[in-house]
Design a protein around this ligand. Sequence first.
Ligand SMILES: Nc1ncnc2c1ncn2[C@@H]1O[C@H](COP(=O)(O)OP(=O)(O)OP(=O)(O)O)[C@@H](O)[C@H]1O
Ligand SMILES: [Mg+2]
Length: 268
Amino acid sequence: MWRAQRRHGREGPPPLTEAATPQPALAVEHLSKAFDGRIVVNDVSFSLEPGEIVGLVGLNGAGKTTTINMILGVLAPSSGSVTIAGLDLADHREAALGVVNFSAVYAPLPGNLTVAQNLRIFGMIYDVPNLTDRIGEMIDMFDLARYRDTRCGLLSSGEQTRVSLAKALLNKPRLLLLDEPTASIDPSTADTIRGHIRDYAAREKGAVLWTSHNMYEVAAVCTRMMLLSRGRILIEGDPRTLPTEHGAASLEDLFIGLSREPDERASS
Ligand SMILES: Nc1ncnc2c1ncn2[C@@H]1O[C@H](COP(=O)(O)OP(=O)(O)OP(=O)(O)O)[C@@H](O)[C@H]1O
Ligand SMILES: [Mg+2]
């Protein structure tokens, strides 16, 4: 997975301030993926504007991580395209992935390196300017000072997630992919982290695609959400107004109702 992260070369996208018309941070068009003939992502299209935080929710196995892995270039799509900051991933892989970062529990940082060593190495891979200062900012933001010289493999899962988030923001990515970023985090720290990600999106105009099983969190942090069911986007909209629009009492009720099998829905 780390091989997906590469330093971007001279052909990188124009800085946000120089682009004549701002490009979507991400445009996914007709994306599909089949494993051994079984379609798990089915003709999915969506885009993310700079500064947006968009939730991707759905039952276990709905296709969320598979979608993220195609955007990261880890998995080749069966069909469809991924365009990051105006760069087609298939044609400009290195430049496109140079402005992306991600955090996911299934991709822990190398456990034999300390927190500071990991951040330095990833910062060098990303060619982060003023790296020492930026590492200091990330260590402060994610409250990691006391673990600076601790090997990552010795940290608790929540602490490792915080290091992974620090790594994910290191290069101020134009597109940040967070696959269940608060899954192993205590409620108080999760609240702080949601605040940092919201600030990041607002200040740096980074777009964030955020998967979660926590509907409270989705409503608290996402300006838009998409519900994926068996690889297809069933509904999309503002998580604060979607329940009312669909006659549900809460986002959780809407999720449960729409995630059921079609015949189950018809009989209830
Ligand atoms: N490499 C693979 N080979 C075969 N099947 C796979 C592979 N990767 C994923 N799948 C299948 O694709 C489907 C979608 O998996 P995916 O990991 O995208 O789901 P998800 O929405 O992220 O679920 P969760 O909420 O449990 O993380 C699952 O049925 C899974 O078993
Ligand atoms: Mg997943």
